[in-house]
Ligand binder design. Structure first.
Ligand code: UDP
Length: 567
C-alpha cells in the first residue's frame, strides 16, 4: 500500500487493534479485517453463497480499500470484525422535557460516545428558563444547564476512548432561551465536547427577509417577540468571533426527510452532514475523487464501478453493525440509511487544472455528484431486488419503488480518513499548499499538497522550484509569490485565496445532488469581516444549502491547521 507517513502514524496510533496474543495487528491486517467482516454480511443476506464467492467479494472490497479509492468512516475501520462492532459515525438522540428523559439521554449518549460515534441532540423540547415545574412547584432552569451536564459526561468518557465521539446541541431559533444559547460558547474552553447550532425555521427566514419580527414560543405559549435581524446579527457576531454557532435550516432538512410519517427531523450529527430522526444512526463512506482522474480526465467508468461496490459495502455494514441500544438497532434496520460521499475534490480539481473558484469547477461538482447520486440510487434499487427493500419503504417517499436504503448519499468532512487516503478533505479547498496540522492530540506534522508538489517537480528546474517552495513554506499560498505563471496561481488556490461566495457555491452544487447534507466549513482568513459571514449565511440559504458553518482562523485557543511550515 502507498501510505504517507501521516497516514501510518494515524493508523498505528489509533486504528490498529490488539490481537488475542496482545500484539498489534499490522496495517495490512486492519484492511483485511475490515474487508473480511463486511464481506461476511453477504453470507448473512444470502446463505446460498459459497465461501469462494464471499472471498471474491472480500477481495474486491480489499482492493477498493487498499487502493484508497474508498474508505468507510473511522468507526468501521476501527471496529469492524471486533467484539465492539459499532461501525457508524452518526447518531441522533431525543432529549425529552423531564428529568428522567434528560438523564436517560445522558446515559444513552454515554454508550454511543464510548463506541466512537458522534451524536446530535435537539434541546428544543426542554421547557425554557423560568417556566413552571409542576412536580416541585419550582421554576425550570431551561435547556442550557443541561447541555453542560451532557458535556461533562462526554468529557469523562473521552479520557478512555480511542476516538472521542463529537456532539452537537441544536436549539430552534424560536425557543425562548435562544439568545443565551447563541452565546453559550463565547468563553474560550467552554463546552469542549460540543458544537452548537441554531435551527433556523422558514418563519424566521421570512421575518428576516421582511425585516420583521417572529415569536418565541414553547408548548403553544408565546414568551417573547424578537426582531429577526437582531437575532441573526447575534448569530453572525458569535460565528465570526469563534465559529460557533453554526446554522441549519430545519424546514429544508425536513423537505429531504424520506420518512416523514416517522417524525420530524430536529437535529443532525455533529458535523451537520447527516440529518437523522431520534434513535437513527448512519454509517458513512467516501470515494477518493483524486483517484478518479486518468490522463487529466475524469475516469467515469472507474467512478461508476467504485460507487457500485461502495454502496454494497455500506449496505453490508448495516447487516453486521452492533449498536449499544435496541431502539437504534431497530431504527437503523428499518430505514437502512447509508451515506456515500466524496473526499479529494480539491486534489481532483488540481489534477484537472480547474480552479476551485470557477464556474467550470462548480459545474463539474454538480456533474460528479449527480453521477454518484444517480448511480448510488440505481445500485440501491438493484440491491432491493435481491435483498429486499428497507422495511419502512411503504411509509416513505419511495413507496411504489424499489430501494434498499432510505438515503444513499452524504458528504462527510472526512477529517481523518482523508489523511489516511493522503488527499484533501471532503469537498473543501486545500487549506494551504504547505500546512502544519495537528493530526493527533499531541502530534503535529508539516504537509505539502502532493499534487502541487508533483506539479512543481515536473514543471520547474531546481533553483526556481526551491525559490517557490521556500515562499510557499512561509505563506502557505502561491498568490503573493513572484515569478509564478498566472495560470498556476489560478489553479492552485487555497481556502483563504477563495472568497466565501465560492465556498458556498461549491457546497450548494454538491447539495443539489445529495440525499442527506454536506459538511463544509468556510475557512476564513483572520481579517474576514462580519459582513462576509452574514453574506455567506444568507447565500447558503438562497442557494439551497441545508446549513452553513464558518471558522475564522485564530479565533479559538488553538487552530488545528495553520498555513506554512512549522519552525
Ligand atoms: N466524529 C466523531 N468524532 C470525531 C470525528 C468525527 O464523533 O472525532 C463523527 C461526527 O458525527 C462526524 C462524523 O463522525 O460528523 C464524520 O466525521 P469525519 O468524516 O471527519 O470522520 P472520519 O471517518 O474521517 O474519521
Amino acid at each position: 500500500m502507498r501510505l504517507s507517513e501521516t497516514a501510518k502514524i494515524i493508523l498505528e496510533r489509533r486504528y490498529l487493534r490488539k490481537k488475542a496474543d496482545g500484539s498489534r495487528e499490522t496495517i495490512e491486517e486492519l484492511f483485511y479485517r475490515v474487508s473480511n467482516a463486511v464481506a461476511a454480511a453477504e453470507k448473512m443476506i444470502n446463505p446460498q453463497l459459497s465461501s469462494t464467492q464471499v472471498n471474491k467479494i472480500r477481495d474486491t472490497f480489499l482492493q477498493m480499500l487498499t487502493s484508497l479509492d474508498f474508505l468507510p468512516n473511522s468507526p468501521t475501520l476501527m471496529n469492524a470484525g471486533t467484539k465492539l462492532g459499532q461501525l457508524a459515525a452518526c447518531f441522533v438522540l431525543p432529549v425529552e422535557d423531564s428529568i428522567e428523559g434528560i438523564f436517560n439521554a445522558v446515559k444513552e449518549a454515554a454508550l454511543i460516545q464510548k463506541s466512537g460515534g458522534g451524536t446530535g441532540f435537539s434541546f428544543s423540547r426542554i421547557r425554557p428558563k423560568g417556566a413552571p415545574v409542576t412536580s416541585t412547584g419550582g421554576i425550570a432552569s431551561g435547556p442550557l444547564p443541561f447541555i453542560k451536564v451532557f458535556d461533562s459526561a462526554a468529557e469523562a468518557i473521552r479520557q478512555g476512548s480511542a476516538r472521542s465521539g463529537a456532539n452537537i446541541a441544536v436549539l430552534r431559533v424560536d425557543h425562548p432561551d435562544i439568545k443565551e444559547f447563541i452565546s453559550l460558547k463565547s468563553k474560550p474552553g467552554t463546552l469542549r465536547n460540543f458544537n452548537i447550532s441554531v435551527g433556523l425555521t422558514k418563519e424566521f427566514m421570512e421575518a428576516l427577509e421582511n425585516d420583521g419580527f417572529y415569536n418565541l414560543h414553547f408548548n403553544g405559549k408565546v414568551y417573547n417577540r424578537f426582531k429577526a435581524w437582531d437575532v441573526f446579527s447575534l448569530i453572525v457576531e458569535h460565528a465570526w468571533s469563534n465559529g460557533e454557532p453554526g446554522i441549519i435550516f430545519l424546514d429544508r432538512l425536513n423537505e429531504g426527510n424520506p420518512t416523514p410519517a416517522l417524525g420530524e427531523i430536529e437535529a443532525t450529527n455533529p458535523c451537520a452532514e447527516q440529518p437523522l430522526l431520534p434513535y437513527e444512526a448512519c454509517n458513512l463512506g467516501s470515494i477518493n475523487l483524486s483517484n478518479m482522474v486518468r490522463n487529466g480526465q475524469v475516469d467515469w467508468g472507474h467512478l461508476a464501478e467504485t460507487v457500485e461496490w461502495s454502496v454494497r459495502f455500506l449496505d453490508n455494514v448495516i447487516e453486521i453493525n452492533k449498536f449499544p441500544l435496541k431502539k437504534i438497532t431497530e431504527m437503523v434496520q428499518s430505514n437502512r440509511k447509508i451515506g456515500l460521499g466524496v473526499m479529494g475534490w480539491a486534489d481532483m480539481l488540481f489534477k484537472l487544472r480547474l480552479p476551485y473558484n470557477s464556474n467550470q469547477a462548480v459545474e463539474l461538482a454538480e456533474k460528479v455528484m449527480a453521477f454518484i447520486q444517480e448511480k448510488a440510487h440505481a445500485v440501491s434499487s438493484a440491491l432491493a431486488e435481491k435483498r429486499g427493500d428497507f422495511p419502512n419503504i411503504d411509509i416513505s417517499v419511495y413507496r411504489g419503488q424499489r430501494r434498499r436504503n432510505a438515503t444513499c448519499t452524504t458528504i462527510a468532512p472526512t477529517g481523518t480518513i482523508s489523511m489516511i487516503a493522503g488527499t484533501s478533505p471532503g469537498i473543501e479547498p486545500v487549506f494551504a499548499l504547505v500546512q502544519t496540522r495537528r493530526i493527533l492530540d499531541d502530534y503535529a506534522v508539516t504537509q505539502m499538497n502532493p499534487v502541487f508538489e508533483k506539479y512543481l517537480t515536473e514543471n520547474f528546474e531546481r533553483t526556481t522550484r526551491d525559490r517557490i517552495l521556500q515562499e510557499v513554506k512561509r505563506r502557505g499560498s502561491l498568490q503573493q509569490v513572484e515569478g509564478v505563471p498566472e495560470e498556476m496561481k489560478r489553479v492552485f488556490v487555497t481556502a483563504w485565496d477563495i472568497s466565501p461566495e465560492w465556498h458556498v457555491r461549491m457546497q450548494a452544487a454538491f447539495q443539489a445532488h445529495c440525499d442527506n447534507a454536506v459538511s463544509k466549513t468556510i475557512n476564513l482568513r483572520p481579517t474576514a469581516t462580519k459582513e462576509e459571514v452574514r453574506k455567506a449565511f444568507l447565500m447558503a440559504y438562497h442557494l439551497g444549502c441545508k446549513g452553513c458553518t464558518v471558522y475564522r482562523a485564530g479565533t479559538r485557543e488553538e487552530d488545528v491547521v495553520v498555513p506554512g511550515a512549522c519552525c
